[in-house]
Design a protein around this ligand. Structure first.
Ligand code: AR6
Length: 172
């Protein structure tokens, strides 16, 4: 597991990992938050490719090119809108696992995730962080091709949560 998971605080659109993951919605036609930032930075060709995908189910993921972004691919996944029901956690886990499966199928070695569902979709951040970290660690148990997963945190609350969950020491 050593060094295969990293934490980055900032804007995911700046990363030059092989893939960045987008926290999209079911129609894949853009939106606010990280989705808006990715579409703005990638340019209108990203939306044109997304139009051909016929949307995406919650918990699933689809891949496109990344156009003007520094990364090579965008993997669009759709997190659950927090409802308090039992399947929220399963659907969020599935976003991470499906994104990693698609990444592996496409030869991707480095991939960056935003904190899916923790913005407009209101998933509790602590629980979402635990699900994300557990999903990636369990995927790594059976996969040797993905070299690095970067958790990208944008807000301070998620930064504090992920530092603790990943037991990382930062000199601040
Ligand atoms: N880089 C990294 N993380 C970011 C960035 C960024 N540039 N901007 C925001 N975040 P959200 P969701 C963080 O709302 O909850 C969209 O409209 C943010 O701090 O982007 O999955 C879609 O179209 C938060 O922790 O996604 C959907 O309709 C995290 O990204 C809906 O929002 C996710 O927040 C999806 O909602």
């Amino acid at each position: 597991m050593e060094n295969r998971i990293e934490l980055f605080r900032g804007d995911i659109t700046k990363l030059n990992t092989d893939a960045i993951v987008n926290a999209a919605n079911n129609n894949l036609l853009g939106g606010g938050g990280v989705d808006g930032a990715i579409h703005r930075a990638a340019g209108k060709e990203l939306l044109e490719e997304c139009r051909l995908l016929n949307g995406c189910a919650t918990g699933d993921a689809k891949i496109t090119k990344a156009y003007k972004l520094p990364s090579k691919f965008v993997i669009h996944t759709v997190g659950p809108v927090w409802s308090g029901r039992e399947d929220d956690a399963q659907l969020l886990k599935s976003c991470y696992i499906r994104s990693l499966e698609i990444a592996a199928e496409n030869g991707i070695k480095t991939i960056a995730f935003p904190n899916i569902s923790t913005g407009v979709y209101h998933f509790p951040k602590e629980e979402a962080g635990k699900i994300a970290a557990a999903a990636v660690k369990s995927f790594f148990e059976n996969n040797k091709t993905i070299e690095k997963v970067i958790f990208v945190v944008f807000d301070d609350e998620n930064f504090q949560i992920y530092k603790r969950l990943l037991r990382l020491n930062f000199n601040e």
